[in-house]
Design a binder for this molecule. Structure first.
Ligand code: BDR
Ligand code: CA
Length: 315
């Protein structure tokens, strides 16, 4: 069974990923060993509260360790206009009953990497600051991780700029450390996540349930859909982080190419861009990760919706 550690900046789509993973755990498909948080969509105090609260709503006792407040070199650039001031669509949920773990995010990552050496899958849906700091403390971490699935980057497009994706652009120096670590990596970037989204007509089954749980889900989905419409003109909830979670469970949801990928740190217009070398020979370096380029969007959207419906119906 897949043993999973998540690094998140919860966040609406991070939250949807947690619902998906919780359902998989209830079906016995994975074991979620812990979760670490980082500043990203909103500041880390709030992403920690949100992660604790979502686990509580899912009735799962999964430890949450708080991590980095800031990227390695630059101030945090949060996105409350996408995720709400509280990171969860301005639903302003009551505080979680449980607090975060005493250990830090880096301590949790290193501890679990020893306890489950060779078995641990790491899913990151946030800036890579915690993972980079853990690698700086102990570069051998890379040898103990079975694989890392990263929601971040892209080959052909961007969201926070024409060419950069938010999780990578929020901490490009951290991303470079992770990309050069030697870990087994899969990059689930905007090329595939932009293909996986819900529009109003996809939400009918959830609307029909009409209880408090479905209302919460529809509120956060509605918030991010409107935010996306303001930014792009398309009213849709793009399922970035849930898709990366899906790829942890079902790698065949995406078709990948193994490529050399690095991060641009300096460009005036391109800082935070993932540079994917797709030439036949790659003089930049050895192929260091699988890059997702195609996705079975319908299969994944059905899986994700099933997980939300299952939780909402129990309410
Ligand atoms: C990523 O950035 C964050 O806003 C989302 O939660 C997702 O992880 C998409 O670019
Ligand atoms: Ca995220």
């Amino acid at each position: 069974m897949i043993k999973l550690l998540l690094d998140v900046d919860t966040g609406i789509d991070d939250a949807l990923a947690l619902f998906y993973l919780a359902h998989a755990q209830k079906k016995g498909e994975i074991e979620i060993l812990g979760s670490t948080t980082v500043g990203g969509n909103v500041e880390v105090g709030q992403t920690t509260l949100n992660t604790l609260k979502i686990w509580e709503m899912l009735e799962l006792d999964i430890p949450v360790a708080a991590g980095a407040k800031q990227p390695l070199m630059v101030p945090l650039n949060p996105a409350p206009y996408v995720h709400g001031d509280d990171g969860l669509g301005n639903t302003f949920l009551p505080a979680p009953k449980k607090g975060p773990s005493e250990e830090s995010a880096v301590e949790m990552i290193l501890r679990l990497s020893h306890e489950y050496a060779g078995e641990l899958t790491l899913l990151t849906t946030a800036p890579l600051t915690n993972i980079a700091v853990a690698l700086l403390h102990d570069p051998d971490l890379a040898k103990r991780i079975c694989k890392v699935v990263i929601m971040g980057g892209s080959v052909f497009t961007g969201n926070v700029s024409a060419v950069a994706e938010a999780n990578i652009a929020n901490d490009p120096e951290a991303a470079r450390i992770v990309f050069r670590s030697g870990m087994e990596m899969t990059l689930v970037g905007l090329d595939v996540t932009h293909e996986v989204y819900w529009e109003e007509q996809d939400l009918q089954a959830l609307v029909k349930i009409a209880n408090e749980r479905s209302a919460f889900l529809l509120q956060i989905i509605g918030f991010i859909s409107t935010a996306y419409e303001n930014l792009s003109g398309w009213k849709r909830c793009v399922l970035h982080d849930p898709l990366a979670a899906g790829v942890c469970l079902f790698p065949d949801l995406v078709k990948c190419e193994k490529r050399y990928v690095d991060v641009e740190l300096n460009g005036e217009l391109t800082r935070g861009m993932t540079v994917v070398d797709r030439r036949g020979r790659t003089p930049l370096g050895e192929e260091n990760m699988q890059v997702a380029l195609e996705v079975d969007a319908e299969r994944f959207k059905t899986q994700l919706m099933e997980s939300l419906l299952a939780w909402a119906r129990e309410g």
